[in-house]
Design a protein around this ligand. Structure first.
Ligand SMILES: [Mn+2]
Length: 377
């Protein structure tokens, strides 16, 4: 058995507690109507300044789907002309294919002139999340998300954005966005439908995990209108040659410790390969959880996957006081800032992380303190 990190954190219900007032849509109010009121109360003050749609660094398909869904909503329902921006280079082959096939273009969030924007509309993340940098001087007007913040209590003390649609039970932010478009009776074009469909299928594994009726409806309705040729090319894209080098490196570095596969990869070519390898190792028979980490520049990225347990408390334990993290369901991710790009600091961090990860494995199941190479099983 996997030992719970500690009794409080092991209780998944501890993560399903009530949200502070102001977070979530007031009961009985339609999210679209609430958003409409917020937009109407602000648009005259914005003048010529545009709404800015943003998400977390290195957007995944759910973040991309939700951003382009929100763009259509703001244009068609409210007559606004938003700009879409995101930071971080997208390198995962499926996500690159999604950008290419759907011609999803956006502005580099690190080169924005704050003066041009009236308010930030944030999707698939929230203010305060480690992987999200907000531009200075632009207030956050709306949040659309399904991730539980690490510290719910801290939200109470914050100035909350006027529209804070946080639905922890919903499987994908793209599904949430589909709901707004449906309520606004906006006909989905094939490109937006395909993008939303990619988002829902990515975050819910084709409705297999944490899918609510809204996720199912979003999946079927967007799939019906999607470009199926493009969907197929996005799901099974061609792979760059560097992919095979990274794969070889991950396979040689990872170790099996009984119920877990741990991979501390040192330096990696891009952050998404860490998440991709965590997904890949989790699929090993009898593997109950996987943890993969790697550094890009002075940021160390971690991804944790489980076979059903809440991933969040596991990663909380592994990180200790070392960094920031977030997660939902069986998926969690975190970052640690390194002081330098010195390899010794990097290996010290990896040793600490490995030590704490091993504490989560029952010694009787651990198959030795050093684990077993994947190539020797
Ligand atoms: Mn998401």
């Amino acid at each position: 058995m996997i030992r719970p990190p500690n009794p409080r954190e092991a209780d998944a219900s501890a993560h399903a507690g009530p949200l502070p007032p102001g977070v979530g849509i007031p009961s009985g109010v339609q999210p679209l109507a609430h958003l409409g009121e917020v937009v109407d109360s602000m648009r005259s003050a914005w003048g010529a300044r545009r709404p800015l749609i943003l998400t977390h660094r290195t957007p995944d398909p759910d973040a991309l789907g939700a951003m382009f869904g929100l763009d259509l909503l703001l244009r068609r329902a409210f007559g606004l002309e938003p700009e879409i921006a995101a930071a971080g280079r997208i390198a995962r082959a499926e996500n690159v294919a999604m950008l290419r096939e759907l011609e999803l273009a956006f502005t580099d969030a690190e080169r924005l002139d704050s003066a041009g924007y009236g308010g930030v509309f944030l999707v698939d993340t929230q203010p305060g999340f480690g992987h999200t940098t907000l531009p200075d001087g632009i207030p956050v007007v709306a949040v659309f998300d399904h991730h539980r913040p690490p510290d719910v209590e801290a939200l109470r003390e914050r100035d909350l954005p006027p529209h804070y649609d946080l639905r922890l039970e919903v499987g994908a932010t793209s599904a949430l966005m589909y709901g707004y478009l449906r309520d606004a009776a906006i006909e989905l074009d094939s490109r937006t439908a395909t993008a939303l469909c990619c988002g829902v299928r990515f975050d819910t594994l084709d409705l297999a995990i944490s899918a609510t009726p809204l996720d199912s409806e979003a999946f079927f309705e967007t799939f019906r209108r999607a470009d199926h040729q493009k969907l197929a090319r996005i799901q099974r894209p061609t792979l760059p040659a560097v992919y095979y080098r990274d794969l070889y490196r991950s396979l040689s570095r990872a170790r099996r410790y009984g119920p877990a596969v741990l991979g501390f990869l040192g330096r990696v070519s891009h952050p998404e390969s860490v998440a991709e390898m965590a997904d890949f190792f989790r699929r090993m028979e009898q593997c109950r959880w996987s943890l993969v980490g790697g550094a890009v520049g002075t940021t160390y990225h971690l991804s944790l996957r489980t076979d059903g347990n809440e991933a969040y408390p596991f990663l909380q334990h592994v990180l200790g006081s070392d960094g920031s993290f977030g997660g939902r369901g069986t998926v969690a991710g975190g970052q640690v800032q390194l002081a330098s790009d010195d390899w010794r600091e990097l290996s010290r961090l990896e040793r600490r992380l490995r030590g704490r990860a091993l504490e989560l494995i029952d010694p009787a199941e651990r198959t030795g303190a050093r684990g077993v190479r994947l190539t020797q099983m």
